[in-house]
Design a protein around this ligand. Structure first.
Ligand code: FES
Length: 161
């Protein structure tokens, strides 16, 4: 008889109705989260954040006369001649390889298919369809050479210094 008086463990029984109610609430929560995440993506601006095309190439006095300087991370040449200073893209106009200045030959050469350019970017040989574009170049107030890689200018527009 004593055994009958001991409290029995409370069994947590879930009725069929409670089970489906909880299942419905859970499904509704998942649907709400999914809808909110899609709404967030839809309302977020869909833009690419690219680095500025404006390059500070350093002080103009760092470029000696008759020099061709490749800035590999910017993919540009800064060229200083007696006529002035200017910048060129270092990307070959054939298929986009990075070119290299060959001081012993006095040319800019592309290692991929052999295009050659003068130090003013004019095409000398190879399959490149166009000369290397000149880039907008100016001096800052601190006499730093500034280059806009996104803006091409007609060739032989030297920046007189
Ligand atoms: S990519 Fe320069 S010659 Fe082809």
């Amino acid at each position: 008889m004593d055994q009958d008086k001991e409290p029995k463990p409370v069994e947590q029984e879930i009725s069929r109705r409670d089970f489906f109610a909880k299942l419905g609430i859970g499904s509704l929560g998942l649907a709400t989260v999914g809808t909110l995440s899609f709404a967030y993506r839809y309302l977020s601006p869909n833009v690419l954040f690219e680095p500025s095309p404006i390059v500070n190439a350093g002080n103009v006095e760092d470029y000696s006369m008759n020099s061709v300087t490749l800035l590999p991370t910017e993919a540009i040449y800064v060229v200083r001649l007696p006529e002035g200073i200017f910048s060129l893209t270092a990307i070959c106009t054939h298929l986009g390889c990075m070119t290299a200045w060959k001081p012993e030959l006095g040319i800019i050469a592309c290692p991929c298919h052999g295009s050659q350019f003068s130090r003013e970017g004019q095409k000398l040989a190879g399959p490149a369809p166009r000369p290397l574009p000149w880039l907008r170049t100016w001096l800052s107030d601190d006499r730093d050479v500034m280059v806009d890689r996104a803006t091409h200018v007609p060739p032989f527009q030297f920046l007189r210094i």
